[in-house]
Ligand binder design. Structure first.
Ligand code: BGC
Length: 252
């Protein structure tokens, strides 16, 4: 295995993206490749997409995969935006068996956070950090002194007076579903981040996911105490972080 180059993948609700990553620099070594997430996102269908990515890059080395759920020791425990048949599946074993390659699997927001801590907006920051990735769902990653507390599912917390969890009201899906402009969505997102801030008091909030590319459209709506920064690796943070995690954990 070339231990400097790892294939990073980010499994999302709408697309599955992959690129080889130089984990020393955090740079993509090739153009990112995106395949639509199958409408029935079952283990079989997702394995099919992973094999297509491997074929596309003619990949023979290690792979790191960010998955949109709680992942403990490779096992998927939740399925908010992915087929429910994933619950209880050891994704790490399944992907390793199907690809014949060494694979590491972790939560997608944790992956994005690891990339930002190493190469991006959180690099060198010693205080408390909350990374929030916004896409189909809302994913979160909490860090203190550069160390991750894994699998925080703070997109599923309930906001005051609401009957569904926060990601239903403040995700990018909510913006599209309700046809909100960035100003109106920014208000809702601010409400969500204010609640996070009042509960966790992070010193830095990093915004990742698809909306990180549009931050200038809603940043003025965010009235927070913490410093707010877009993910410096923008929407590639998940891919880069998954590769970084594979490098760290596969050798253990
Ligand atoms: C899932 C999280 C995931 C987030 C972003 C949520 O619905 O529960 O595990 O990190 O979406 O994909």
């Amino acid at each position: 295995m070339n231990n400097k180059h790892i294939l990073g993948m980010d499994i999302g609700g709408s697309g599955i993206k992959a690129a080889p990553v130089n984990i020393k620099t955090g740079k993509l070594l090739d153009e990112k490749h995106r395949i639509e997430t199958p409408s029935e996102s079952t283990p079989e269908a997702i394995c099919g997409v992973i094999l297509q990515h491997i074929e596309h890059f003619r990949w023979k080395g290690a792979i790191g995969i960010g998955f949109p759920a709680v992942v403990q020791n490779g096992v998927i425990h939740t399925a908010a935006n992915i087929d429910k048949s994933w619950i209880g599946v050891n994704a790490r074993k399944l992907f390793s068996k199907e690809t014949g390659l060494p694979v590491w699997v972790l939560n997608d927001a944790d992956a994005a956070g690891l990339a930002e801590i190493k190469f991006g907006a959180g690099a060198g920051f010693k205080g408390s950090i909350l990374l929030v990735t916004v896409g189909t769902g809302i994913g979160t990653a909490l860090f203190v002194k550069g160390k991750l507390y894994p699998n925080t599912e703070l997109g599923h917390i309930f906001m005051k007076g609401k009957t569904k969890d926060a990601e239903y009201y403040a995700s990018d899906n909510a913006r599209k579903r309700e046809n909100l402009d960035w100003e109106a969505w920014g208000e809702k997102f601010n409400e969500y981040l204010t609640m996070m801030e009042n509960l966790f008091w992070p010193e830095l909030i990093i915004i990742g996911g698809g909306v990180s590319k549009k931050i200038e459209k809603f940043q003025h709506r965010l009235k927070l105490r913490a410093k707010v920064e877009p993910a410096r690796l923008l929407n590639d943070a998940g891919i880069v972080g998954a590769a970084v995690a594979a490098k760290i954990y596969l050798k253990k």
